[in-house]
Ligand binder design. Structure first.
Ligand code: FE2
Length: 142
């Protein structure tokens, strides 16, 4: 195989890998229901266990604000066992995906943090995927 052909093959392989990752993410979302608390002011135990808690921390010298997301609120922490765990957390700024964390069972719990420039952002949205109980979203208007 000459160099040009080898580069072409490597490029195609990289494209397939990239498309594969996006397809995998789409399937992750497709097979799960979007969930939200019936009444956000009065969440039950299951809703508290799954709804992401978004905490906006301090802005650093470069203008990035630390955003902490934990899954579980009101002292209830979502479990992280081999068959039940939070497998991803995503953060959206005005509906644009700006951060994603993929989590493993047992060793990771449902928590992630990101640093963002929030100057023109109006709404932050955190999504947490439970492998058994759907995708839970919390929105924060700034
Ligand atoms: Fe769950």
């Amino acid at each position: 195989m000459n160099r040009r052909k080898a580069l072409k093959v490597a490029g195609v392989a990289a494209m397939v890998a990239a498309v594969g990752a996006e397809a995998k993410m789409a399937v992750e979302h497709m097979n799960r229901m979007d969930m939200k608390p019936k009444d956000p002011a009065k969440m039950d135990k299951g809703e508290l266990k799954h709804s992401p808690l978004v905490t906006i921390k301090e802005k650093d010298a470069k203008g990035y604000t630390l955003i902490e997301i934990t899954v579980g609120q009101g002292g209830i922490i979502h479990p992280s066992t081999p068959d039940h765990w939070i497998d991803f957390i995503e953060l959206y700024a005005d509906d644009k995906l700006v951060g994603k964390s993929t989590l493993e069972p047992e060793i990771s719990r449902g928590a992630a943090s990101f640093s963002l420039k929030l100057d023109n952002v109006k709404v932050l949205k955190a999504k947490a995927g439970c492998n058994l109980h759907g995708i839970w979203t919390t929105s924060v208007t700034l």
